[in-house]
Design a protein around this ligand. Sequence first.
Ligand code: PEP
Length: 260
Amino acid sequence: MKTHTPLVVGNWKMNPATLGDARKLFLATRKAIGRKKIITQVAVAPPFPFLSEMERLSPSQRIGLSAQDVFFESIGAHTGEVSLPMLKSVGVTSVIVGHSERRAAGETDAEIYKDIQAIFKSGVTAIVCVGEQARDSHGNYFGIVEAQLRSALRDIPKSKLSQLVIAYEPVWAIGTGKHATAEDVHEMKLFIQKIVADQFGRPAIKKVRVLYGGSVKETNAQELFEDGRVDGFLIGGASLNPVEFGKIIHIADDYAKSNL
Ligand code: PEP
């Protein structure tokens, strides 16, 4: 039985090329989701320059707005950075933090920790990405995910745990067309929940959603959601195809409704 409202987030990364294309993609996404009542929370994470226009296009907030990154300081001499007050002022309600593409560009666990602290203070939801570069036959990848998580979750107040979402995103599965098996996803979800329970106590498991990301498509979403038993998805490539993204949302939503 599912205990969480599902969450499906589309990470557009550095796409599409122009504001005009972003408008078309957003409107097509809205159309693909349709008017049917859904219990799933949906968000997209467009590039920063497109956020305020996307806010204007979704007055009902049927599609929430997420940011792909943030800088922990609120204001000042930080050329090229974007703050939480700025993001909140254009309707952002969740922030992806520690995405593997940011980590590959040099973001450290220490910076991620500071970003998460700032996100929690701001009242926005943090979607914290963790995941190993590669799998090995000795299970060392569990240690890697654990170290990323323990560093990220330090000092989060228990009272704010409903603002925390953890996205398990094995780096080898991102944008490669190779996804983790539903069995592996479920195993990692249980492992992540064990760490959450260890740090915050067992009731915390009910507050923290665990997503999977890494080559989610309409063809594997059902299995990953049902047998992987995740609370939703973080989706890159397929979120740029509105019809496919819409189908994935409805797959998660139909399953969640049938398990209410
Ligand atoms: C991602 O970048 O978070 C991601 C999951 O990408 P993709 O769905 O393309 O693998």
